[in-house]
Design a protein around this ligand. Structure first.
Ligand code: SAH
Ligand code: SF4
Ligand code: F3S
Length: 468
């Protein structure tokens, strides 16, 4: 177990696909369903790797499984409700002797209260306790009715494992920082994921090199707030790396062709990140920089710690980069007290920035968060109206923006084929889907990089043809 600043010195061993090591005659099976963000998706890859190493076998349906796990998300009320509905659905499977376990953010948030609400749950485990899963499962197998693994949110634990079952053999995630210290007024993450703790740059780079050796060409660095990455120790280079230095170093790992990172918080987003993108061609020219609102009054109430002007300054840095950087964002509508004027400022910000995509959400009150105490709730109908207006405006912006690609030749990583449409699916460095046609004899396969000429644009994707 790693105490004190997440100094993971043992190198993680990566397994593409997964080898099943059965202990004795055991044929324990598990089903795992994941809700939520990329952090959860990647945690699930680590959980699967860990369980498979313990002799469990992953199965595709709940009916086949001895153990049913949900890796849960609590970011909005709907996400949380989905989990409880799913649990209610599977009550009938209890009679067949199946065990249920809840992992992730709802598990950490609700803790032992889950046993009252869903008495058939046998295990509740927050993300900082996944390292203990094997021991917890032994207790369940030994007949213990209820097992919990929760932390105090002040934990230094992070979940590194030697066994990560990455599902895609070409691109994969690496966690560089866990938790969040920002405490935006609306957000549960600081309560469900605990305080920020970074991995050493040495361990991140070791994982990146191992991935490259295994044939991965694209890496996405993950954290709730990657910009506040703080290298916990100097390592053999004798110097702690900043986030921008780590990004550049991952981009320089031989064999790695694309590096992405998410999520960035505007407050900590430094110009050095743009300098790194300028200097290292493998760093993708895409930045996801959630703004949440275009109004200073709302940003202040949200405790986002920046103003519209400061946000736009960061956008200006991106626009002055050598390569055109594609910018995307998240926006919340209907935060308590958001007026029509505040909302109009968000709309005008969309025009001013010219985002390539915006993820839009209706404000959802969450447990423990400071904004629960705010008055002036916006009625749901009004939130829906604003959401639709925002999406309509952004759609117009995207229609205009995507046209800029027509006639351009861009490199894509091949992701697969849509057989029905006879089109290949590609992804650009800008993180755009570019579907394309190719001569039947073209020897294409997932994971390869090819040049494609864009011929048509849509609000969310492009169409093109393979260049020989
Ligand atoms: N760490 C990232 C995002 C984490 S959650 C960041 O700071 O940007 C992803 C998105 O969910 C947020 O950007 C926000 O737009 C949305 N979100 C978070 N809490 C929410 C809430 N209570 N109601 C509605 N949307 C929320
Ligand atoms: Fe939530 Fe804010 Fe942290 Fe993002 S930065 S995870 S929105 S508290
Ligand atoms: Fe959801 Fe937890 Fe991610 S609340 S968005 S799964 S950090």
């Amino acid at each position: 177990m790693h105490k004190g600043g997440c100094r993971c010195t043992r190198l993680p061993r990566i397994e593409p696909g997964y080898t099943v090591k059965m202990s004795g005659d055991s044929h324990k099976t598990f089903y795992l369903e994941t809700f939520g963000c990329q952090m959860n998706v990647h945690d699930s890859e680590k959980v699967i790797g860990t369980l498979v190493h313990e002799g469990y076998q992953q199965v595709e349906t709940v009916e086949q499984a001895d153990l049913i796990l949900y890796n849960t998300c609590s970011i909005r009320d709907k996400a949380e409700q989905k989990v409880f509905h799913r649990l209610a659905d599977y009550k009938k499977l209890l009679a067949q002797g199946k065990k249920f376990g809840l992992l992730g953010c709802v598990a950490q948030q609700e803790g032992e209260k889950i046993f009252e609400r869903a008495p058939h749950v046998a295990m509740v485990c927050g993300s900082a306790s996944y390292r203990n899963l094997p021991q917890m499962l032994i207790q369940i197998e030994a007949g213990k009715q209820r097992v919990t693994g929760l932390d105090d949110r002040e934990t230094d634990e992070c979940f590194e494992t030697e066994f990560t079952a990455r599902t895609n053999p070409h691109r994969g995630y690496i966690t560089i920082i866990e938790g969040c210290d920002k405490f935006c007024a609306y957000c549960v993450v600081p309560f469900t994921r605990g305080k920020e703790r970074s991995r050493t740059s040495e361990s991140v780079l070791a994982e990146a090199r191992q991935m490259a050796d295994l044939g991965y060409t694209e890496i996405q660095l993950l954290g709730q707030n990657v910009n506040s990455y703080k290298d916990p120790d100097c390592g053999s280079s004798g110097k702690k790396k900043t986030f921008a230095e780590l990004l550049a170093a991952v981009g320089e790992v031989p064999g790695i062709r694309r590096v992405r990172f998410t999520t960035s918080h505007p407050r900590d987003f430094g110009r050095d990140i743009i300098d790194a993108i300028d200097a290292v061609p493998t760093l993708c020219d895409h930045v996801h920089l959630p703004v949440q609102s275009g109004s200073d009054r709302v940003l202040n109430a949200m405790q986002r710690l920046y103003t519209r002007e400061q946000y736009l300054e960061r956008i200006a840095w991106m626009k002055s980069a050598k390569r055109e950087i594609s910018i995307t964002s998240d926006v919340i509508v209907g935060f308590p007290g958001e007026t029509e004027e505040d909302f109009a400022e968000t709309l005008s910000l969309l025009d001013e920035v010219g985002y390539d995509a915006v993820f839009t959400f209706k404000y959802s009150p969450r447990p423990n968060t400071p904004s629960l105490a705010l008055e002036d709730a916006i009625p749901d109908q009004e939130k829906s109206r604003r959401l639709e207006a925002l999406m309509a405006r952004q759609k117009e912006i995207q229609i205009a923006r995507y046209k800029r690609y027509i006639g351009e030749v861009v490199e894509v990583m091949v992701e697969g084929k849509n057989e029905a449409r006879k089109q290949w699916i590609g992804r650009t460095s800008h993180n755009k889907t570019l579907n394309f046609t190719a001569h039947e004899e073209s020897a294409l396969q997932a994971g390869s990089y090819v040049k494609v000429k864009a011929t048509q644009s849509f609000p969310n994707s492009l169409l093109g043809e393979l260049m020989i």
